[in-house]
Design a protein around this ligand. Structure first.
Ligand code: C5P
Length: 215
C-alpha cells in the first residue's frame, strides 16, 4: 500500500486527543500538521513525540517577524525535528532570506500568502497570491501553501504545493470557502493536501476506502 499524500491537521490542544486516529493513520498517510493551538499549549514536545513515532511533521507557525527573530525561530524549528515550517511571505524580504539561508538541512520552508481558504477568491486575491509566490520563489522558499483555485497557476512556479481546504463530496464546507476534493487537488498538481475535520468525521470511511485517494 502506498502512503497517501496527506497531512492530517492536528487542530486541538493536546496530542493525546489524537492518539487513536494517529494509530489508525500510521502507514496510511504521509504526515501530520501541528498548528498554533497545539504548539502554544504543549510546546516542542508535541513535535518531538510525533517525530519519535516516525511521523513527518509540518509545523504551521506562519512566522512573520523581524529577520533576527524569524531566523532564530527557523533554526529552533529545525532543531526540534520539524520537516516543514510555514512562513508569511508578507514578512520582509530580509526575513525570508534569513530563514532560507539559516534553515537546517532537514527543514523545508513553506510560504504562506495572506489570502486564506476561508475567504472567497477574487481576481484581486488571485493576483496577490501569484505575486507573493513569485517573491517566495525568487528568495528561495522551498514550497507554498496554495488554495485550490490557484494550484494550476502555481504549478508553473512550484513543485512543492500543499493545499488545505479539502473536503469529500459528502462533507460540509464548515468555514472553508475555497475548497476541493482530495483527488481533484492532486490531479491539479498539489503534491500534498492538508485535511483536518474531514478526516476526523470520516475516519472509518477513509481507512477502509483507500481508493478515494490518488496514489
Ligand atoms: O479542518 P480543515 O481541513 O478545514 O483544516 C484545515 C487546516 O489547514 C487548518 O489547520 C488550517 O489552519 C489550515 N489552513 C487553512 N487554510 C490556509 C492555510 C492553512 O485551512 N490557507
Amino acid at each position: 500500500m502506498s502512503v497517501k499524500p496527506i497531512f492530517f491537521a492536528l487542530d486541538g490542544k493536546e496530542l493525546n486527543e489524537f492518539k487513536k486516529p494517529l494509530e489508525k493513520l500510521k502507514g496510511v498517510i504521509y504526515g501530520v500538521k501541528v498548528g498554533l493551538e497545539m504548539f502554544t499549549a504543549e510546546g516542542p514536545s508535541s513535535v518531538e513525540k510525533l517525530k519519535n513515532d516516525g511521523w513527518k511533521v509540518f509545523l504551521d507557525l506562519k512566522l512573520h517577524d523581524i529577520p533576527h527573530t524569524v531566523q532564530a525561530a527557523t533554526v529552533s524549528a529545525g532543531n526540534i525535528g520539524a520537516d516543514y515550517l510555514t512562513i508569511h511571505i508578507a514578512s520582509e524580504k530580509e526575513a525570508l532570506s534569513a530563514a532560507t539561508q539559516s534553515k537546517p538541512k532537514n527543514l523545508q520552508l513553506l510560504g504562506v500568502s495572506s489570502a486564506l481558504t476561508s475567504k472567497a477568491f477574487s481576481d484581486t486575491t488571485s493576483k496577490k497570491v501569484e505575486n507573493d509566490f513569485m517573491i517566495a520563489k525568487q528568495i528561495g522558499i522551498d514550497g507554498v501553501i496554495c488554495p485550490a483555485s490557484e494550484i494550476v497557476k502555481t504549478k508553473k512556479l512550484y513543485d512543492l504545493i500543499i493545499t488545505p481546504g479539502i473536503r469529500l463530496k459528502t462533507d460540509s464546507n464548515d468555514d472553508q470557502k475555497n475548497i476541493t476534493t482530495p483527488a481533484k487537488a492532486i490531479d491539479m498538481g498539489a503534491k500534498y493536501i492538508v485535511m483536518g475535520r474531514s478526516i476526523r468525521k470520516n475516519m472509518n470511511y477513509i481507512i477502509n476506502h483507500l481508493d478515494i485517494w490518488k496514489n
